[in-house]
Each structure stands twice: as structure tokens, then as C-alpha cells.
Design a protein around this ligand. Sequence first.
Ligand code: FES
Ligand SMILES: [Fe+2]
Length: 340
Amino acid sequence: MTWITNRWYVAAWDSEVDRAPIARTLCGEPVMLYRKLDRSVVAMRDACPHRLLPLSMGFKEGDSVRCRYHGLLLGPDGCATEMPIRSEKVPKAVCATLYPVVEKHRFVWVWIGEAAKADPALIPDFWPCSAPGWTFDGGYNRIACDYRLVIDNLMDLSHETWVHQGSIGQHEITEAPIETVVDGEEVLVRRWMPGIEPPPFWRDALKSAGPVDRWQVCHFLPPSSVLIDVGVSPSEAGDTIERHDSGVRGFVVDAMTPETETTTHYFWGMARNFDIDDAGFTARFKAQQGQVFDEDVEVLEAQQRSIVVNPDMKLRGYSMDQGSVRARAIIKRLVEAEAA
Ligand code: FES
Ligand SMILES: [Fe+2]
């Protein structure tokens, strides 16, 4: 297993889940998601307890689902309330597995592992996605690669120079020194660029010219998220890499949920604390961010194919890969702890 099982994973955007069931494989398990009338979300194993037809193909009846094959009726607690032969008594054991589910920070989080261990306090802290004074939106891609390759990509922004040369790439990013810090189960890769000319995006966000201090802090949170704290402050404000709230600030939000060992659900977005009521800006930025991530998807899928056809070769870690090397080491340690 390449992933940690006993953790919360993003299963969907809140906006994706409605009354009609959707099917999504999470950490190798087929899951069906839908909303009840009270709008709470049900996450159920997407296989009928009878002959395993995906339940997501079935018919909704109130908050229940009727299997499309022989009509077994299951309540939102996963248990059968009516057998295919209606006159037959329903045995207690006819149930589909239900997964713990929590809605937070605009996402639907599902716990695939042992349900008794599902502590909501373990949901990664995506505070900018729901804090007052901030706005947040984003999108979704399915990527045909190991989720850890996406983490590698996001923990090493030196790739921006080449992968994104036509969009956000900038040579000064590779020139600024980086610092990698491990904090328990988390990893930070910090880059501080003092006294620079702001790039156009940040100049416009700040709505003023003049030298700025710019930062990028890539933050890995287990089991598989990366938040990237980005922004600029006017140099005269005297901000630091630890505290920087004098200017404009955003978080690139990335949650990677393994679908299989070689495919990933990629939920991405941007939370920001400037122009938060400008819905047009939010939509334009989301479209731009989607285009930038398409450039990553092309590279990541090609990398995955190359890994498969070069089994005698290994991934190497150079100095700028320290962030992802550390993040992978933490994942490996937690996976091994679960297996022990
Ligand atoms: S497979 Fe679902 S009722 Fe038979
Ligand atoms: Fe990228």
C-alpha cells in the first residue's frame, strides 16, 4: 500500500455531491456519495450486498437507494429495509459498509480506514478555506499518476521555471535560496525573496508599485495535502518568513486523494485575502489556475508512464527535492506503522 489508510481524505467538493449518487474510488475502495434530504452526506461502499452491482447505478427513494439489479432497498445507514422478494423478512446482516464523512473547508472528507478511529480533529487544517476575510474556490482533475508524484511536484516549485515557462514561470524563483523544515508529521519548504520588483499578478493584487518582499511556503500535511502560502508585502512593512500579513496573501490549496496506486483525484484551488467580493476575479483566476495545472498534468502522466517502462531506474532526490523526500519519508513511516 502506498497510502495511509486511517486518515481523512477529500472525496469531493461540497458542490459535487447532491441528491443523486456519484461514484468515486477512494484509496482503492469504490464509494458512493449522496446527500440526504437534510443535506448531510452519505458515503457508502458502492457495491450491492447481494451481487455487487454498483449501488450508484440504483434508484433513489427518499434517502434510500434501491439496487438497479434485483431491487434490494438500502437505507442511508447502509442496512437493507426490503429484500428483492418483498414478502421475505430482512436479515440484519444485509448491509453495505458506511464510511465516516465530514464536511469542512468546502470539501467532503471521507475516512476509509477503521471507522472507530475517525476523529474529526485529524482533518488537515485548511483554515484559509473557511476563515472570515478570505474567499476560496477551485477545481478538480483526475490524473493518471501516483498521488506522491503530485506531492513531489508541489513541494518543489523550481519546476515552475520549465513546466510553466509560458505562464507563471520566473527565473528568480530558482535563484532564491530555500529552507526545508520538518515539523513532526509536516514539512515546510520556505522561500523568502526580499526587496524585489513584484511580478505583475502581485503588483495588481497589491494595487501599488515599489519593492516588495515575496514568499512561497510549501506546506505538506499528511496524509496527502500541500498548502502553498504565497504573496507579497511592501518591503517597508518589515514582514518576515514567519509573519507576513501586511500585504496580499493567498494559499494554493492542493488535496491529492489516491484513487488507485497509479491514479489520483486532484482537488485544487486558491484561497485569498484580497478582493474577496470580486466574483469575476475568482472565476478568472480559477480558469487560469486550471490552465497552469493542465501543464502539470501533462508532465505528471508522462512521468508515470516513464516510471512504468523503466523499472530498473530509481527516482533520485537532488537538493531541491528535500521537501518531497521528507514528505515521502513521513508517508512511508505512517504506512509502515499501520501495517505493523
Ligand atoms: S445485485 Fe443488488 S439486488 Fe441483486
Ligand atoms: Fe506546477
